[in-house]
Design a protein around this ligand. Structure first.
Ligand code: KIV
Length: 272
């Protein structure tokens, strides 16, 4: 965060680790702009993720692949300006870290320098370990991401539950340990069997935050637009919808159109 409010106790990577140690569940949601970031922060969330799911929900792309480093930095900067308390994590977009660790560190430094976020998240285990280590060596906290990795959709071919098979589950466990040993401060597990996620969370000393990974992990993350019903097109089993904001907006806009057309708006009190 660029502007520090001395009266607010900020969430740090250390505080997130302490939450796991005392058994306090960690709450995490995405946000992609200033207004949403500030609403989510004021509601008391622990971690705000500027997710590359912005590619889907903000830009209308079918996958997370097209979003660029420049676009992620633009969104992250806006979110950071609205946040006083939460830890702000930013997703490294597809193509910004997979090539080699030099590219990875250059991308990571750009995101940190230009957005003023607190930490980064990237997808993958052993395959990206060198990049993870290089980023960590620059003093940048890293959150891992295993299980369903949307940036690899073209390899998987589907968004279905991952690691149901023993071989994939064993690799996931190995990768989780590698990421912890490398120094990641937390790990996201997406859409894997609850039993496997619980086992990983018990074995690791760093916090494990799940999305579609059951209740046996150390925290939960959801995409804000899905969770508040701003986007109603995505209804996986793991999603709990807490509001129907799309309906509220739709009604408000319909009423506005009606009032403009009928010349009811603006009235005498709404003019100078
Ligand atoms: O991009 C994103 O929103 C994410 C969450 C689903 C964890 O990575």
């Amino acid at each position: 965060m660029s502007i520090h409010n001395e009266n607010i106790r900020r969430v740090t990577t250390q505080r997130v680790l302490e939450m796991k140690q005392r058994g306090e569940k960690i709450s995490m949601l995405t946000a992609y702009d200033y207004t949403m970031g500030s609403i989510v922060d004021r509601a008391g969330i622990d971690i705000i993720l500027v997710g590359d799911s912005a590619s889907n929900v903000m830009c209308g792309n079918l996958t997370t692949l097209p979003i660029t480093l420049d676009q992620m930095i633009f969104l992250a900067k806006s979110v950071v300006r609205g946040v006083n308390r939460a830890l702000v994590a930013v997703d490294m977009p597809f193509g910004s870290y997979q090539g080699n660790s030099r590219e990875a560190i250059a991308s990571a430094i750009r995101i940190m320098k230009e957005s003023h976020c607190d930490c980064l998240k990237l997808e993958g285990g052993e395959e990206v370990l060198e990049s993870v280590k290089r980023i960590l060596s620059a003093g940048i906290p890293v959150m891992g991401h295993l299980g369903l990795m949307p940036q690899s959709i073209n390899k998987f071919g589907t968004y279905t539950v991952r690691a149901r098979e023993e071989a994939e589950a064993e690799k996931l466990i190995r990768d989780a340990h590698l990421l912890e040993e490398a120094g990641c401060f937390a790990l996201v597990l997406e859409k894997i069997p609850a039993q496997l996620a619980t086992k990983v969370a018990k074995k690791l000393s760093i916090p494990v935050i799940g999305i579609g990974a059951g209740g046996g992990v150390d925290g939960q993350v959801l995409v804000l637009h899905d969770m508040i019903g701003l986007n109603n097109e995505f209804s996986p089993r793991f999603l709990r919808r807490y509001a129907n904001v799309q309906e509220v907006m739709h009604k408000a806009i319909e009423n506005y159109v009606r009032d403009v057309k009928s010349a009811d708006f603006p009235n005498e009190k709404e003019q100078y």
